[in-house]
Design a binder for this molecule. Structure first.
Ligand SMILES: C[S@@+](CC[C@H](N)C(=O)[O-])C[C@H]1O[C@@H](n2cnc3c(N)ncnc32)[C@H](O)[C@@H]1O
Length: 308
């Protein structure tokens, strides 16, 4: 019996409604999720993101296992891996490699777009087009002629263009380095990255209009990315805080680790108090501010007293 994908989307929506991190009061996002066919954006062969016992990632082939493929497409919690090792590994069977592109999990995309909160007619810049699925949800909200999306991998960008245009959506998909943004279309009301960075690129800050919102996963010393929401407060300057713990693929140009101290992180960080951190980013780089540094405990306070 053919599977009705509208029913799968509805079930998936109900599942996300039941979680505290679901659509919240963003009714537009629930509508967009119900409208955009996720299966249209998902390549016919994808890898499941958890390894098998032998360490390889299983390939799910739509033509061989259509039901398993659709189930994976509409699972809320898992991204589906669409590229490994920048495309050096063909999607021909189980494989092991670095994940370099995916269709992000529905749960994470919903979270991202809920925090981004774009309004109809606003100009949006997206970095890391991938399949174009997130781009489609955005364009459904902001309308024709509003979304610019940049993808570094030419073949992925080409596929995303096709995916979007064949759904009657018109985002401008640019093949290039998203870290540079796209000045001719700026300034933007919203900027969203679906690949993480170690440092917010200056070009994004320069292309964000004052009052606009920039949302990006920022690598942190906590062993995960933290979803950073910045508001433009002046030309090339933005302030904000972290919203969620997330895991994203890194942008190509920032894969190499750098010392956190060089990236504006404080020396002492209390892992459980990450929500209290404040961030400022501007022409001189980014600074993560600990507004309430740990007060000395009774033990350390005693140790600091001069010995009698
Ligand atoms: C997690 S995937 C995005 C998935 C997308 N949200 C979706 O659901 O289809 C991250 C994408 O960022 C792209 N990327 C990495 N570095 C980039 C860069 N410097 N500029 C633009 N895109 C980049 C990768 O090629 C990959 O396609």
């Amino acid at each position: 019996m053919p599977v009705d994908t509208a029913t799968l989307r509805r079930r998936c929506t109900e599942e996300m409604d039941a979680t505290p991190r679901g659509f919240g009061d963003a009714a537009w996002l629930r509508d967009a999720f119900l409208t955009v066919p996720r299966e249209h954006f998902t390549p016919p062969r994808v890898w499941w993101p958890s390894p098998r016992e032998d360490g390889l990632y299983s390939l799910i082939d739509r033509d061989e296992r259509p039901n398993a493929w659709l189930k994976a497409v509409y699972s809320t919690g898992a991204p589906l891996i669409t590229q490994m090792d920048d495309g050096l590994i063909p999607p021909a069977g189980p494989a092991k490699g670095a994940f370099t592109s995916s269709i992000s999990s529905s749960g994470v995309i919903i979270e991202l777009l809920r925090h981004l909160a774009p309004e109809p007619g606003e100009r949006v810049l997206e970095l890391g087009t991938g399949t174009g699925y997130t781009t489609a949800l955005l364009a459904t909200r902001t309308g024709p002629g509003t979304v610019v999306s940049i993808e570094v991998d030419p073949s992925i960008a080409e596929r995303a263009r096709h995916n979007l245009h064949s759904q009657g959506l018109d985002p401008l998909v640019i093949t290039g380095d998203g870290e540079q943004g796209h000045p001719p279309a700026g300034p933007f009301d919203r900027i969203v990255a679906t690949a993480s960075v170690r440092e917010i690129p200056r070009a994004w800050l320069e292309q964000l209009r004052p009052g606009g919102v920039l949302l990006a996963p920022l690598d942190s010393p906590l062993g995960c990315d933290l979803l950073l929401r910045l508001t433009g407060t002046g030309p090339g300057i933005a302030h904000g805080k972290f919203m969620e713990k997330v895991h994203f693929m890194r942008v190509r140009g920032q894969r190499e680790p750098r010392p956190y101290a060089d990236l504006g992180w404080p020396e002492h960080l209390e892992a459980e108090r990450w929500q209290e951190l404040r961030v400022e980013a501007g022409p001189h780089g980014q600074r993560i501010i600990n507004p309430a540094p740990q007060r000395p405990t009774a033990h350390t306070a005693r140790a600091e007293r001069p010995l009698p």
